[in-house]
Structure formats: C-alpha cells, structure tokens
Ligand binder design. Structure first.
Ligand SMILES: O=C(O)CCC(=O)C(=O)O
Ligand SMILES: [Fe+2]
Length: 638
C-alpha cells in the first residue's frame, strides 16, 4: 500500500529508492494484480451461483402464481388500483380503454330501483314501504319532530312514526283534508278537522304567524303522551281570497302515508340541478311576487307549548332531537383522489380533462371510459323510462321560482294570458293542479325528466357507490340520491354551478359524478360544457365525468360552472350523484313528500327557475324547494 501511496504522491525524497527497487516492485505489482484478478473471478463465480439461485426462486414463484392465481389476481388488482394512473389528455384526445368483457350486471328492467322487486308490480306501495322502513329504522316506535329544517345543529329532521301510527294518522288526515278547486284556475282549499291544526278561513288554509305548522296531533298511548307533529312545514299561509270562489263540494284528496311522513327533512340541500348563484335573487323575487299580500291569521295556539322547548331562534332544543341525530357524526369530503380501478373485468383508468384556459381555481375534471357497462346503462334507462311513463299518467304540477319566470315562459310559447300571484298555491311557488294542466299543454316538452332512487333502494346503488369510491375517493356517506335525467331532442340545461355561490355552507355539493347512459354522435349536441375551463365532454355510453365544485377549503368554486348543451339529435340520458362536503343526517335518505301543494299522490312536478331555455325539469318526487318559507330560511341554518 505504501508504494501505491508513493506513486500517487511522488516526491524528491523517495525517487532514488524507487529506481533501485524497480524490478522487485514490478514483481509485487504483478502479484498484486493476480490477487485482484482472482478476487474478481471469485466474485463473478459467486454471481453465477446467485443467478442460479434467482432462477430457482423465479421458477418457484411462477409455480406459486399458477397455483394461487385467483387470489393473486385479486391482490394485483387491488395493488394496481391503488396506483394513480392518470393520462393527462385534452378533450380532443380522449382515449378509450378497450373493453372486451361485458359482464352481466344485476341490473335489469325488473331490478330493484325505486324499491321494486320482480313480484312487486306496485312500485308506489313498495316505495311507501321503503320509506316506512327508513322511518322505522330511524326510530322504532316514536315520534316526532320536524322543525328540523330550522334546527341549528342537526340541519335535519326526522319523523319517526310506527306503521300503526302512520296508518291511524293517515285515516285521520284523509278524513280531514279536503281539496276544492274552482271552475277556472282557483286555489286549492284545505279544511280543518278535529284536532288537526288546519284552520279554515274563508275557505283557505291559514296558520298562526309564528307556528308554521300545517297539522298537529296528540296521541295518548298508555301513560305516555306522545306528540306527533305532522307536516310541520316552514310555510306561512296567506288568507288571500282569490276572488274566484270555491267549490265546497270538495273532492277528497287521498293522501297516502307517503305524504304524511316527515322523516328526514333537510332534503338534500339544493334541488340538485338548478339552485345556483341566482338563488338569493330568486328567493327575493318569489317573496315579492307571491308573498306580497300576506295576511296571516292567529290560529293554532297548540304550538305555543312547543315553544318552551325551543331556543330563541325557534329551534327545537337539542334534547328534543332523537338520539341518533344528536349522535350523528358528519364526515368531510374535501377533495377527489382519482385512481385506476377494475370493474367486471374492465380496466378503468382516470383521465384528466385539462383546462384549455388559464384559471386559478381548484376545479379539475376527470373522465373514466366504460365506468358503467352497457348492461348497466341499458338497465338504468329502462327503469327511468318506465318510471316516467307511469307517473306521466297525471299532469305534473308546475312550479316557478317567480311569477316573472312564469310570464317569460308563457311569452316564449306565445301565450297571452295574465297571471297573478293568486294563480299560485299559497305558501308555495307552484300553480294549482288545474292551471298546471293548462300550462303543461303550452309548455309541454320543454323540460328534461329526472327520476331518483336512494341508497338502499337498489342493489345497483351499492355497486355504483362502491365503484365511485374506489375510482374517485368519494365516500358513500357523503353522497346523496342517485338521479337519472333524460333530455329529449331540443332540450338542454342552463348554465349553473352545482354548489351555491356566495353562500357559506359546508353541506353543499363538493363534487359531482355524471355518467352518460347513451351515446350521442358528434354533432348531436348534449355535451356537458365547462365554459370557464374551456372543456367539455360528449355523451358516450358508460363514460363518466367527475369534478369538484368546491375547493378543499369548502368554498363553492364559481369556475365549476357548467351546462348541458341542447340535444340536437336523439336523446341524452345521464345518471348523476352529488357528494357533499360535509355530510348530514338526512343525506341519502328519501325525503318525505311535503303535503303542499295539495295534489293526488304521485303527481310529478316540473320546476322552472329563472327563465332561460332549459331551466325546467320534471321530477318524480317532491322536496321543499318550492315552499316559500323553506326557501327563505334554508341558508340561515347553521
Ligand atoms: O346533463 C349534463 O350534462 C349536466 C347536468 C347537470 O349539470 C345537472 O343536472 O346538474
Ligand atoms: Fe350540474
């Protein structure tokens, strides 16, 4: 080593010694070289030995794979699914993942959507029983509550009535609520009866100013007194005489249990489709146009004793809430985490649709090809169509966010007719049944159709929400209803955000998943357009798009604005589900149907907000959005 050192560092002091010993040094160098070569050879031999070892182990592993393939395959898939595999693409470059395997899904036209089974021809009955089940599950035999919509903390309501109670109350209410219509477009009239707090005032419903309750009942069961509040609606009714007279030989309205049960009421925040930046305005307009001539009577004193249980804001005190609401733990969904998944043999990677415009929002749009199989798409369409057809036997009730909107719609179809607030059912934004019938003759076809099903009402719902969870990270417990919407030719949907701008509410829609259930060829319209991002997606059978509407901090992102382009050729059908930033108790539970406007069971509704082509939608279910007082107060909930 010393020499090497010397050679490395030659210096005047050792130069002579080096020259003299040159020979010996050479010999030593050679020896050293040989030793090194030997070492290298050894190493090489060792390496070969290792290769044999590796080969042995690989063979062993292959054998193991062959033996345990099914398990391993599953493992690999799971692993693979965990790796984010994102192809960054633009809309012009959307790639399709090949899919040879289309496994038959459980869904077919006799599937369990809307709570049906094969044997169950009567979907409505079954739907009632689904609702009943929810209610019963929610709280065994007991009671109460509503006021939910005003409650500070729960933001929910629950009405938990046992089946027997429901039945009894149904009979009571059936006997007590009557509807009259005048010959023209008269208002509906409900009458009071017995202990129900429905008061009659010149043939119109009128309520205590600060009660906001339509009906109320007390039950005595053994030594326990239970209060059952039905239809505790956030409505203030007007005693406005419509001047058109009423028909006192009222036809009885058959109200089913469904219309009586008020179980979970915060309804899923927004209509789902339209509430957007314009809400504040719309609400004001509604109030101005419909609620101007309010005259409220002072009846229904029974409510007074409820007040003791309420805090200053008129909310039910916490102790009044069922335990399960009090114990409800909200979960937060702050962002999307797209991942590649496998479903029924299909490999489904996420692809990001890159914004074509510069923007500084958090909004990102992802696309999955063949997220649903052909069979799933076709099954959903069949179920939707059948449901729309069944409910179309009755004319829908039409609701408008304001009288101005109604006027604009009429103008659009060139109908010259004077409309006044009296054409609306009091306390609601809906016109009465007979006028709705006329209107629908004029406006018919000018809307899209939405049907909904809820978690637990279909096997598909569970399959779907799980797939969504794997692919996007969106948690089922933060998801609302599943909504299928069809757009006939000529119909689109106006520009909107799915969250509500300028309103701080964590119970808002953080993300949307939308699946196209059928293909529209190029040029056929129907694209989902994100104008602020410069991107759009074309309807293609099975394709899903998913995007966030809110920032991870919980703010509604205005740049998530989107619209459904008008369908030019064919028909568009989609499945949508909205996920909420903060979950709440009634999320994902079928809401009770509010009793107003008075209508026959299963009457669909059409809701139109702010006039714009494509602002009307037909719905198979009711929520509370058309109730003026609900509309007024919904954002004051904490
Ligand atoms: O149909 C579409 O493409 C979009 C529908 C939509 O955004 C909605 O219903 O909220
Ligand atoms: Fe939307």
């Amino acid at each position: 080593m010393g020499k090497i050192k010397n050679r490395e560092k030659p210096g005047p002091d050792n130069h002579v010694e080096k020259t003299t010993d040159a020979k010996a040094e050479n010999t030593r160098d050679k020896e050293e070289l040989e030793i090194r070569l030997q070492r290298l050879e050894n190493l090489h031999n060792q390496g070969s030995d290792n290769i044999y070892k590796y080969l042995f182990f690989i063979t062993l592993a292959v054998l193991l794979v062959a033996l345990t393939y099914p398990k391993l395959e599953h493992f690999l898939k799971t692993k693979d699914a965990e790796n984010v595999d994102v192809k960054r693409i633009t809309v012009d470059n959307v790639q399709t993942v090949n899919n040879e395997i289309h496994k038959r899904n459980e869904i077919d036209d006799t599937g369990e959507y809307f709570g049906r089974t094969d044997e169950d021809d009567d979907g409505d009955e079954h739907r009632d029983s689904v609702l009943q089940r929810n209610v019963t599950e929610a709280k065994e035999t007991t009671i109460i509550k509503e006021e939910n919509v005003f409650h500070r903390k729960s933001h929910v309501s629950i009405e938990a009535l046992s089946a027997e109670k429901n039945k009894k109350l149904e009979t009571d209410v059936k006997a007590s609520i009557k509807k009259t219509e005048d010959t023209e477009r008269g208002a509906h009239v409900s009458k009071k009866n017995g202990d129900l707090m429905i008061d009659e005032d010149d043939g119109m419903i009128s309520l205590d100013d600060d009660i906001n309750e339509v009906s109320y009942k007390e039950n005595n069961e053994g030594d326990r007194t239970e209060k059952v509040i039905l239809h505790e609606l956030p409505i203030k009714m007007d005693g406005v005489d419509d001047g058109k007279g009423t028909n006192d030989d009222a036809e009885e309205v058959k109200l089913t249990r469904k219309t009586l049960v008020d179980d979970t009421q915060k309804v899923e925040g927004k209509e789902g489709d339209k509430e957007s930046k314009t809400l504040g305005k719309a609400e004001k307009k509604t109030k101005d146009s419909i609620g101007k001539s309010k005259k409220t009577t002072n009846k229904g004193k029974k409510q007074k004793k409820e007040d003791n249980d309420k805090d200053v804001e008129g909310n039910l005190a916490d102790k009044e809430l069922p335990e399960e609401i009090r114990n409800f733990k909200a979960s937060y969904q702050r962002e999307l985490t797209p991942k590649k998944i496998f479903a029924d043999g299909r490999r489904i990677p996420p692809m990001e649709l890159l914004a074509q415009k510069e923007h500084n929002s958090s909004v990102r749009v992802w696309l999955f090809e063949e997220f649903l199989s052909n069979e799933e798409c076709e099954g959903l369409i069949r179920v939707h169509d059948r449901h729309v057809q069944e409910l179309s036997k009755d004319n829908p009730i039409l609701c408008f966010d304001s009288i101005a909107t109604l006027r604009k719609h009429l103008k659009n179809v060139k109908i010259q007719i004077n409309v006044s607030p009296r054409d609306f059912t009091q306390g609601t934004t809906c016109v009465n049944a007979s006028f709705s019938g006329q209107l629908q003759d004029w406006l018919k076809g000018n809307w899209s159709y939405s049907t909904a099903f809820y978690p637990g009402e279909s096997r598909f719902a569970a399959v779907f929400e799980d797939r969504v969870k794997q692919a996007t990270g969106l948690m089922p417990e933060n998801g609302g209803k599943f909504q299928i919407t069809s757009y006939p030719t000529g119909i689109g949907y106006k520009s909107h955000t799915d969250c509500t701008e300028n309103v701080l509410d964590e119970r808002d829609r953080v993300a949307t998943i939308l699946v196209y259930l059928d293909t529209i060829e190029e040029g056929g319209g129907g694209e989902t357009d994100f104008p602020e991002l410069g991107i759009w997606a074309r309807p293609r059978k099975g394709r899903a798009i998913v995007w966030n509407n809110m920032s991870p901090g919980g703010l509604c992102e205005p740049l998530s604005v989107h619209s459904a382009n008008k369908v030019i050729k064919g028909r568009k059908v989609i499945l949508q589900r909205w996920y909420y930033y903060k979950s709440f108790f009634s999320l994902g539970k079928r809401p009770p149907e509010p009793p107003l406007p008075v209508r026959v069971p299963n009457t669909p509704r059409v809701s139109c907000d702010e006039y714009e082509n494509g602002s009307c939608r037909w719905y198979d279910e009711w929520n509370f959005e058309h109730l003026i007082e609900y509309e007024r107060r919904k954002y004051t909930l904490v």
